[in-house]
Design a binder for this molecule. Structure first.
Ligand code: ZN
Length: 488
C-alpha cells in the first residue's frame, strides 16, 4: 500500500498539455487530473495545486486527447485471444467496436468450417458462444487492454437459426433471431449490423432487416450496415439502408463508405450529397478508413484486371500471401479466375478506390474513423496497424484535409455519440479516463501494403479506464478494458 500525503488527491496530473477535447473545439494548453477511472479536473495551467498528484507528468509539446474509438473492427476474437491488442493500443485506440458487417462471434456455433465471411474471424474453434451473454462474460474474463463495444451480426443470427441461408427468413426464424437480438441488447450490445453484400446475409430483404431492427430500436441500439452494393448500385443501397433504418427506428451507420470499382470512381459526388440530405431527417453517419484499398475474402465476383489485387491469406498456398494475383497467375500460367479459385479459401486486398473519393468521405462532417482491420489475416491490410496515426499524420498534418481537432473529433466525440458511449469520447470531469498523448508534429503510420505490421510512431502513451496501458519502456500493455455500452 502506498503512503499518500494529504495533498495527494489525484492519481495522475498531466500538465501543460495541448488539450484536444474530442468535441472539435479548438485545443488549449492546460492540465488534466485523473482519479480512479475518471477524469477529475481540467484546468488552465497552474490551477491544479503543485504536488496534488500521486503521479505527475509534464506534457509540454504533446497533444492530450480522448482515447480513439475504432468505429469499425473485426476484433471480436482477437480481444480474447491476444488481449494485449498491440495493433490497436499502439495507435492510441482505447475502444473497439466489434461485430461489424453482419459478422459477430456470438451467438452462433459451427460443426464444420464457417462459411465466408464468418471465416474472417477464424475456424469453428473460434465460435464458442451460443449467447451474447456468454461472449460478454468471455470479454470480462479476458480483460483486454482496451474497451469493447459490441454489435450483433445478422449473418451470425441467420446461421444460428436458418436452414436455407440463401432464403429470406420465415416468421419462426425471425422470432428466433429476435429473441437472440433481445438477449444481446439486454446483455450490453450497442446495436446490430448487417453485411447484405455477403452470401450469408444477401437473402435477407429490407423487410427482414427492418423487422429485426425494431427489436434493437427498443433498446436504443444502432444499425450498422455493409451495404448490399458499393459498386454500380451504390445509390440504391443507400436508399435501402436509409429506408430500413427509418422503418426500424434505429440510427444508421453506413460501414466503410466507398464507391468501389474503376467505373464508379468519383461517384462520392453523388453519394455524399444523398446521404447528407437524408441525414437532415434521420440520424445517419458512416465510417471510413484512410486508404484506397479494401480487404475481405477473395471472391470470384471481385476478380478483375482493372485494379491490383494482393493476397492477404490463402489456406492451401500460404506462401502466396503478400503477392499480387496477376503475378501468381503469370507464374502458374493460368488466368486470374482460375488462380483465384485455386487459392481458396483466401482473403485479398483490392485496390478498388479513388483517392479523391477517400478524401471526400474523410472530410464529410458525418464521417468517423474505423479501421476495418482484419487481425487474423497472414498479410493484413495496413489499416489494421496504421489507420489512426495515418489520419492524424498524413491526412490532417501533411495533406491538410482538416485540422487536428477535427481529426480527433472523428475518432472520439462523433463516434461516442453515434454508439451511445455517453461517458467516453470527450474530455470532461466525470468522463472515464481513456486518454492518449501523442506528438502532433511527428505522429505517423508506418505500416505499408508490403510491410503491414509495423507499429506507428508518435503515440507517447495510452491510458484506459485510469490505468496506464501503453507507454515507453512498459514491456507489456496494462489491461483494464471493459465491455462498454451507454453509461459503462
Ligand atoms: Zn464490411
Amino acid at each position: 500500500m502506498s503512503v499518500q500525503s494529504t495533498n495527494d488527491i489525484y492519481d495522475w496530473v498531466f500538465r501543460n498539455a495541448r488539450i484536444i477535447d474530442g468535441t472539435g473545439a479548438p485545443s488549449f494548453v492546460g492540465d488534466l487530473a485523473v482519479r480512479g477511472d475518471q477524469i477529475a479536473a481540467i484546468e488552465l495551467p497552474g490551477v491544479i495545486a503543485a504536488g496534488s498528484g500521486r503521479n505527475e507528468a509534464d506534457l509540454a509539446g504533446l497533444a492530450l486527447a480522448p482515447g480513439f474509438i475504432d468505429a469499425h473492427t473485426h476484433d471480436d476474437r482477437i480481444v480474447l485471444d491476444a488481449p494485449d491488442m498491440v495493433p490497436k493500443i499502439s495507435q492510441g485506440v482505447t475502444t473497439v467496436v466489434v461485430g461489424n458487417c453482419g459478422i459477430s462471434l456470438a451467438p452462433v456455433r459451427f460443426e464444420g468450417a464457417p462459411p465466408p465471411p464468418m471465416n474472417l474471424l477464424g475456424g469453428a474453434e473460434a465460435y464458442q458462444f451460443s449467447t451474447f451473454g456468454d461472449y460478454a462474460a468471455a470479454v470480462h474474463e479476458a480483460r483486454p487492454s482496451l474497451n469493447v463495444a459490441a454489435l450483433v451480426g445478422h449473418s451470425a443470427l441467420r446461421l444460428a437459426t436458418m436452414d436455407d441461408i440463401t432464403a429470406k427468413a420465415n416468421p419462426a426464424e425471425i422470432a428466433d433471431m429476435a429473441a437472440m437480438l433481445t438477449e444481446a441488447m439486454e446483455n450490453g450490445a450497442v446495436g446490430w449490423s448487417t453485411g447484405l453484400f455477403y452470401p450469408t446475409n444477401a437473402g435477407a430483404d429490407a423487410d427482414e432487416v427492418a423487422e429485426l431492427g425494431r427489436y434493437v430500436a427498443r433498446h436504443g441500439g444502432i444499425y450498422a450496415t455493409h451495404m448490399r452494393n458499393e459498386f454500380e448500385n451504390v445509390l440504391d443501397s443507400i436508399d435501402e439502408s436509409v429506408a430500413t433504418a427509418k422503418s426500424a427506428g434505429t440510427p444508421l451507420v453506413i460501414s466503410h463508405h466507398k464507391c468501389a470499382g474503376v467505373e464508379n470512381w468519383g461517384r462520392t459526388l453523388e453519394t455524399l450529397p444523398k446521404i447528407e440530405a437524408a441525414a437532415h431527417e434521420h440520424q445517419i453517419n458512416f465510417d471510413v478508413y484512410p486508404y484506397t484499398a479494401g480487404s475481405t475474402n477473395l471472391r470470384a465476383d471481385l476478380i478483375t484486371d482493372t485494379y491490383p489485387i494482393m493476397i492477404a491469406w490463402s489456406r492451401p498456398f500460404p506462401e502466396m500471401t503478400g503477392r499480387y494475383l496477376t503475378d501468381i497467375a503469370a507464374g502458374w500460367g493460368i488466368d486470374l479466375d482460375e488462380t483465384a479459385a485455386r487459392l481458396q479459401p483466401a482473403g485479398a486486398i483490392y485496390f478498388q478506390m479513388d483517392e479523391d473519393d477517400v478524401r471526400r468521405v474523410l472530410s464529410s462532417p458525418l464521417s468517423m474513423i474505423g479501421s476495418d482491420g482484419l487481425p487474423h489475416d497472414d498479410h493484413p491490410h495496413p489499416r489494421l496497424w496504421g489507420t489512426f496515426p495515418r489520419v492524424l499524420g498524413h491526412y490532417a498534418r501533411e495533406v491538410g484535409l482538416f485540422d487536428l481537432e477535427i481529426a480527433v473529433h472523428k475518432m472520439t466525440g462523433v463516434t461516442a455519440r453515434v454508439f451511445g458511449l455517453t461517458n467516453r469520447g470527450t474530455l470532461a470531469p466525470g468522463k472515464f479516463a481513456d486518454l492518449v498523448a501523442f506528438h502532433p508534429d511527428t505522429v505517423r503510420d508506418r505500416a505499408t501494403y508490403e510491410r503491414p505490421t509495423i507499429q506507428s510512431e508518435g503515440i507517447a502513451w495510452v491510458m484506459v479506464n485510469g490505468v496506464m496501458t501503453f507507454a515507453p519502456g512498459q514491456s507489456q500493455p496494462g489491461r483494464a478494458g471493459r465491455l462498454v455500452s451507454r453509461a459503462l
